[in-house]
Design a protein around this ligand. Structure first.
Ligand SMILES: Cc1cc2nc3c(=O)[nH]c(=O)nc-3n(C[C@H](O)[C@H](O)[C@H](O)COP(=O)(O)OP(=O)(O)OC[C@H]3O[C@@H](n4cnc5c(N)ncnc54)[C@H](O)[C@@H]3O)c2cc1C
Ligand SMILES: NC(=O)c1ccc[n+]([C@@H]2O[C@H](COP(=O)([O-])OP(=O)(O)OC[C@H]3O[C@@H](n4cnc5c(N)ncnc54)[C@H](OP(=O)(O)O)[C@@H]3O)[C@@H](O)[C@H]2O)c1
Length: 264
């Protein structure tokens, strides 16, 4: 007789962990095998899960890998008393993880209209969907420049820093485009760094554009995507709305897109 646990497992692929890297006491990355039939669009998320033997615990996660990569990768927080990540943080290479069969989400390219520059604003693990998006060739055809902002509390939390400054330029498919068109704009809020402060401050005082040598964001020409905690999302949506940007959705491209799973 099939149990409730079996029924949940039917909606999930069993994959094997192939790599785990710990960066800080709050952040780590995971790589897993990819089932041949698992398809997703860059920017989407899916459920990932662990089977404890008694129950299956699942949480929403964005894939950080490109849609065409052979393996799946994820960036994860460690919440010490979190039901999921208090366990997931101890996962090791060779162990089983579960991956939802139905990825979804609204941070996809079809939610934003084509335009001049595309701004990707992220805090903490919110950079995850953007790591996938910036490895898609299409993004470089649609926009002249892609500006990737990552705001973290600490410098050590800028976990893709080295890849974004150098590694991505060696990427066989999009390396040359990234070198020409991708502008990385990290900022740190709780310790000294060469650039500090919240991104909203950098927009209000114009330093975001000043430092990159760009014209200020223009709702007629530029687009944005936002991913981070609820307060940051609110602040950025207010900021973009007051600058004249309208919200987009899948199939209804607009001036900016957020992950709707985060809203009410
Ligand atoms: C659409 C969507 C996509 C997501 N993608 C990712 C992802 O790619 N990587 C990821 O690590 N998490 C992601 N999350 C959050 C994730 O689903 C879980 O909340 C996280 O794994 C913690 O689970 P938990 O059971 O340990 O703690 P929970 O009980 O879920 O969370 C406890 C508290 O920890 C804080 N918290 C939870 N997640 C984070 C986070 N990522 N960064 C900072 N603080 C956090 C919040 O204050 C939360 O109330 C996503 C959530 C949604 C809705
Ligand atoms: N697909 C998705 O939707 C998806 C994918 C991955 C992650 N996520 C979500 O992303 C979130 C990441 O957590 P987090 O961003 O809270 O991580 P965090 O590690 O706590 O980082 C917070 C950073 O955001 C800044 N910040 C906070 N409030 C702000 C505001 N109002 N305006 C501008 N900047 C602000 C903070 O600055 P201070 O130091 O000044 O406070 C800090 O630098 C989680 O909620 C996670 O679930 C979503």
């Amino acid at each position: 007789m099939s149990t409730a646990r079996d029924k949940i497992r039917e909606k999930l692929f069993a994959v094997e962990v192939t790599d785990v890297q710990h960066y800080t006491d709050r952040l780590f990355t995971l790589r897993t095998t990819r089932p041949g039939t698992f398809r997703f669009e860059a920017g989407e998320f899916t459920m990932i899960g662990l089977d404890t033997g008694q129950e299956i615990i699942q949480r929403a996660y964005s894939m950080t890998n490109a849609s065409y990569d052979e393996e799946l990768s994820f960036l994860s927080i460690k919440v010490q008393d979190g039901a999921f990540t208090s366990r997931l943080q101890y996962i090791e290479v060779g162990q089983e993880m579960l991956v939802g069969k139905k990825p979804t989400g609204t941070l996809t390219l079809d939610a934003v209209a084509p335009g001049r520059n595309l701004y990707l604003f992220s805090t903490g693990t919110g950079i995850a969907p953007f790591m996938s998006l910036i490895q898609e060739p299409e993004i470089y055809n649609r926009y002249e420049r892609i500006i990737l902002n990552h705001t973290c509390r600490l410098q050590a939390e800028l976990v893709f820093d080295h890849y974004l400054r150098e590694g991505i330029h060696e990427h066989p498919l999009i390396g040359e485009e990234a070198a020409q068109q991708l502008l990385y704009y990290p900022t740190v809020t709780r310790e000294d760094y060469y650039r500090t402060g919240r991104i909203t401050t950098h927009m209000d005082d114009g330093s975001l554009w000043g430092e990159l040598g760009l014209d200020a964001m223009d709702p007629e020409k530029d687009r944005a995507m936002v991913c981070g905690g609820p307060e940051m999302l609110d602040a950025l949506v207010n900021e973009l709305t007051s600058r004249g940007f309208d919200a987009g959705d899948r199939g209804e491209a607009g001036g900016y897109a957020i992950e709707k799973a985060f809203v009410g």
